[in-house]
Design a protein around this ligand. Sequence first.
Ligand code: SAH
Ligand code: DHB
Ligand code: MG
Length: 221
Amino acid sequence: MSEELWATVDTYINGVVIGRDAALEAAAASAAAAKLPPISVTPAYGKLLHLIAKVRGASRLLEIGTLAGYSTIWLARAVPPDGRVITIESNPTHAGIARANIERAGLAARVDIRVGAALDVLPQLAADKQAPFDFTFIDADRSRLADYFDWAVRLSHSGSVIIVDNVVRKGAIVDAASDNADVKGVRRFNEQLKSDTRVDATIIQTVSAKGYDGFAMALVR
Ligand code: SAH
Ligand code: DHB
Ligand code: MG
């Protein structure tokens, strides 16, 4: 079993459950043309986020880590016309590319891109009374993951869903001696999650065109 097979199966899955989608394909192409890192969610994962947000009936969504807006488009399509996605991105170049992609997808009215470091913007959202959010997707740097998750819970209500990307890292997550900043950040998050009585959570391992990783899902009590 190889990464090549996982990618082939992902392509097959896309043909079954997604098919052609001009706005998403344009967003992916623009990210590649701008030489952004190829770390957007896969189509099937984007659709999972979309479906979970819909099941939740979410109308106020928060995202941490926009990149080219690929996952943002999936999330914005899940909210009603009067709903809103606030997405936080620290890199102004990424934010500019995302803005163009979201506009092309016809979703600009539902998406608010906040350019800044997550730990600067999150307290502003609290102060601006933008919360509570029904659904939060955390997909930025892992070094401060525990803090992002804590903010996400504080900006939630009972029944809100929080999804955290990239918490398995090819299995590196079991290495307690790792000095990798991402692995340390995820392990610190997991330690916090273990005793976090505010949420019920699980962690799922995944293989895909992006390799071996996983996500956490938390339901706020
Ligand atoms: N969610 C996107 C991918 C996000 S990649 C998708 O699936 O399409 C991670 C993004 O987080 C990058 O664009 C990076 O610039 C941004 N980022 C990294 N550290 C950040 C921080 N501290 N605050 C806000 N954004 C950050
Ligand atoms: C990386 C980041 C991601 O958000 C992702 O989904 C996959 C990989 C990375 O930084 O390597
Ligand atoms: Mg990710």
